[in-house]
Design a protein around this ligand. Structure first.
Ligand code: GLP
Length: 241
């Protein structure tokens, strides 16, 4: 596990963007795993700028997002479809047919999850997976207690996740209670990972994820077992290390 502590937010975003840019330069037809949340917003802004400046090319890139709320239409402002299009996909030259996000409106979620796994396999697996972390240690929407062997599945969201994510909705009642999420095993099968952690409020979980016991109660702790993972923290998130 490589641990990088960025001096400031600008450096944090730049290092993340350098990691993704290098992957794209090394393998122009890379398969990227992508995350939502506030943490990667600066990364996405940098990727948009670099793409507009002609420094990186997404024309052969395939993307797989980790998760989507169950029941939210794609055009709902809080859906991860909407988020990804707004902050990244609509601004770069990725081909729409190469974008993959779980369909939260699928009639048969078990089929949707199995097909998502199959699509990742058919694309050759994920080369670089970008990850954030929830305050309870979730990755994607894999909540505490999710088995490490889990593949893409329907997840019951934890009370703490619903509360944390309610900041984006008009009221907590509007936050979906379930989500489709790439599994922990699926995430671990990625060739390389970058886990991004920022903010003082993430310091405790950063410590548990990086230095604590490896346990399904802290889903991100499984990442300690990955041979090619970079953990990128800002100084606040690294304050308990
Ligand atoms: C959501 C997403 C996660 C993300 C987490 C943290 O729950 N499903 O993939 O890592 O939020 O988000 P933030 O970066 O806003 O703290």
């Amino acid at each position: 596990m490589q641990i990088i502590i960025a001096k400031c937010k600008e450096e944090f975003d730049r290092i993340a963007a350098d990691t993704v840019s290098q992957q794209i330069k090394d393998k122009p037809n890379s398969v990227l795993g992508l995350a939502t949340g506030s943490t990667p917003l600066g990364l996405y802004a940098q990727l948009v700028e670099r793409n507009k400046r002609g420094e990186i090319d997404f024309s052969q890139i395939t993307t797989f997002n980790m998760d989507e709320y169950k029941g939210l239409p794609k055009d709902h402002p809080q859906s991860y479809h909407y988020f990804m299009h707004k902050y990244l996909f609509d601004e770069i030259n990725v081909r729409p047919e190469n974008i993959n996000i779980p369909n939260g409106e699928a009639a048969d979620w078990a089929k949707e999850c199995a097909e998502y796994e199959e699509k990742i396999r058919a694309a050759g697996g994920i080369d670089l997976q970008v990850l954030g972390i929830g305050h309870n240690g979730h990755i994607g929407f894999n909540e505490p207690g999710t088995p490490f062997e889990a593949l893409t599945s329907l997840i019951e969201l934890d009370k703490r996740t619903i509360k944390a994510n309610s900041r984006f909705f008009d009221s907590i009642d509007q936050v979906p209670r379930q989500a489709l999420s790439m599994g922990i095993k699926t995430i671990m099968q990625s060739r390389k990972l970058i886990l991004m952690i920022c903010g003082r409020d993430k310091a405790e979980i950063a410590y548990k994820a990086i230095k604590g016991p490896i346990t399904p109660e802290v889903p991100a702790s499984v990442l300690q077992l990955h041979p090619f993972i970079t953990v990128l923290l800002d100084q606040d998130a690294a304050s308990d290390l």
